[in-house]
Design a protein around this ligand. Structure first.
Ligand SMILES: [Zn+2]
Length: 328
């Protein structure tokens, strides 16, 4: 991963340096920002700054820092959605009560990272509130969330809210190079141009996924989702301008048959969702008419059915792009 350093995020880093490592810290933080923007890393940096004895805390190298950043501390608990459940319920929060009054085992505090906190039910939040009102000494809470406004006001008012920031190009590149040899090589060999940064929108996880996507099925799916979303945005532009742009975009992104198949599936799903949304809300969810979306849905389905057959990926993508644009 990223060795624990919280890249970019000047405000949070300053706070960690100036206040938290000097012992001025809150016992509960909301860390608000997009998924992949370093929210959990920010939480770990705060825990490490509180526990690390170095003058330059968090030093990232002492025993305490190493435990924290490598997920080796028994004192840091992640509270997540249980498998097969849609929410973080009151029973998950009650687990916190079980050991909160024990002494920490290997670092100086007990920390609880609730993620994603927007999945907490109202009952769960109210149960958490009881602990937040009177937390035992040496406990730290982190609520990782996209929008702090999704929490109850009473919970919000007990926490200090920090926001992660989208990374600028330079920082994102530095971060990528330090964690992915593949990414470094792709830039150095000139296989990747600077315009790719638009796709990532300052999000480290999206960028990393792009390079590591050939290895893991989940990553391929997320990658395909991002490309499908960008394809739809392109299709919403006026017809005259899109064909070449679309072909160049698709052929620069999609290199393997696995990616091609995942992309078509993701796109088909997005068209299906757009159709359902329009039915429910009786209004146009995008710049495309329901009729066009339906045509695109059928077309994507056809290409998807033939995706495992043999034309080279570039030819298949070009044919697909032409068909899409012709149907407008
Ligand atoms: Zn340290």
């Amino acid at each position: 991963m990223t060795n624990g350093k919280l890249f970019g995020n000047e405000k949070i880093n300053r706070l960690i340096r100036d206040e938290i490592s000097r012992g001025v810290f809150s016992h509960a933080y909301i860390i608000e920002g997009e998924s992949g923007s370093g929210r959990t890393t920010a939480a770990k940096n705060i825990i490490a700054a509180v526990c690390c004895k170095s003058d330059d805390a968090p030093c990232l190298t002492c025993d305490s820092c190493r435990r924290i950043f490598n997920d080796l501390s028994a004192d840091i608990k992640f509270i997540k959605k249980p498998d097969g459940r849609a929410t973080i319920g009151v029973d998950s929060v009650r687990e916190i009560f079980e050991n909160i009054y024990f002494k920490p085992a290997d670092i100086d505090v007990r920390a609880y990272i609730i993620t994603p906190a927007e999945k907490m039910t109202v009952q769960a939040q109210n149960s958490l509130l009881k602990i937040l009102e009177e937390p035992p000494e040496g406990t730290l809470f982190f609520l990782i969330i996209e929008n702090a406004s999704d929490l109850l006001d009473t919970v919000r008012s007990r926490c200090r809210t920090l926001k992660t920031e989208a990374l600028d190009k330079k920082t994102l590149k530095e971060m990528l190079f330090s964690s992915s040899a593949k990414a470094k090589r792709a830039f150095e060999d000139g296989n990747i141009g600077e315009d790719i940064f638009e796709l990532w929108r300052g999000n480290y996880t999206s960028a990393l996924m792009y390079f590591e996507s050939q290895n893991a099925c989940d990553n391929t799916k997320l990658f395909a989702d991002a490309v499908a979303e960008d394809t739809i945005k392109r299709l919403e532009q006026p017809k005259e301008t899109i064909l070449l742009d679309l072909i160049l975009y698709l052929t620069s992104q999609i290199k393997t048959r696995e990616q091609y198949e995942a992309f078509l599936q993701a796109l088909e799903k997005k068209f299906a969702e757009a159709l359902m949304k329009q039915k429910c809300e009786n209004e146009c969810a995008s710049a495309l008419s329901p009729k066009i979306i339906f045509t695109y849905y059928k077309l994507t389905d056809e290409f998807s059915a033939q995706a495992s057959e043999n034309p080279p990926i570039t030819a298949a993508l070009t044919a697909f792009a032409i068909s899409l644009v012709q149907k407008r």
